[in-house]
Design a protein around this ligand. Sequence first.
Ligand code: SAH
Length: 359
Amino acid sequence: MAGLTFIDYLNSVEKTKKKDIRALTKDQLRDFFVTQGDKAFRGNQVYEWLWHKGAHSFEAMTNVSMETRQLLDAHFVINHIKVDQMQRSSDGTIKNAVQLYDGLIVESVLIPTKTRTTACVSSQVGCSLDCRFCATSRLKRMRNLNPDEIYDQVVAIDNESRLYFDRKLSNIVFMGMGEPLMNYNNVLKAIEMITSEEGLGMSPKRIIVSTSGVPKLIKKMADDAVKFKLAVSLHSAIDEIRTSIMPFNATFPLKDLREALQYWYAKTKSRITYEYVVWEGINDTQNDANALVDFCKFAPSKVNLIEYNPIDDGEFQQASNAAIEMYVKTLERNGITVTVRRSRGKDIDAACGQLANKS
Ligand code: SAH
């Protein structure tokens, strides 16, 4: 309680008793008004303010009566995120440090290109996985983000895109902090609002969920008939090597991942993207590239070779250009689409795997 007055303390206790209003579905909000002796329709009006119009407070709901706003205030809070700090890279990339209602921080990134603005959003505070090359894995997983906290990151980046680049957000990648599939329900709810006309109305085809590969949940996504795209952080198609850099591969080996991806493709007919970093002395041989080719044959897929973004301790080194060239040639010879991705926002630690709240 250091630094807090007793009144602050009482207020915070009071606040925690109130429910996050955006945890309610539209029907639940309509029911709330009916139980309060009001019309169900009031629920629709408030719902629109909360999502489509992005109100940060009940006072902002100008066409709602004072009485109703007071009623809402007595029962609920709006746990809106706060962009605590914004950093701009020399290449135009923007990184937001986002403060959550309980004081925890996550990061999200705006990546501009000539024709697009992509939002890279976080799904968890910290991460429970242990990929040895990723800065986020060094933070303990504190909690899952709520759907509204994911949604707000997207809205914040859309606003920045309009302000700084004079265009709206075009794409979203779940490649920030956390493992999206370990927060399955909330990530899907957030995407539902992002794609709904009652939210941001974005096309699911412009959303990519990236996972380290949790086979059961990849199958569940296929069963749930999701419409967004899937990316898998593969980094090696040889179990022994993959387990050495992504230890959870011991629990979810490549055989299970492969089977889940075949299931995914059979159900969704949506091509899979494999993210892959080539490291010196780890996965830079012809044998590694051949194993990747074999893995790619199980389901229609393409490969993104991504640049390694050093995370300080020098244990991992980006492979030589010759090794990357060898991968590209091997994949192309086998008819597999491959792109080589340059990193963005490296100077502000905003690139893949660098998000770790250094600020
Ligand atoms: N947990 C999800 C979402 C994170 S996405 C996943 O693993 O897919 C972040 C992407 O950046 C993943 O492909 C991850 O493997 C990759 N990555 C992590 N650390 C990196 C680093 N230091 N340099 C380059 N890419 C990295």
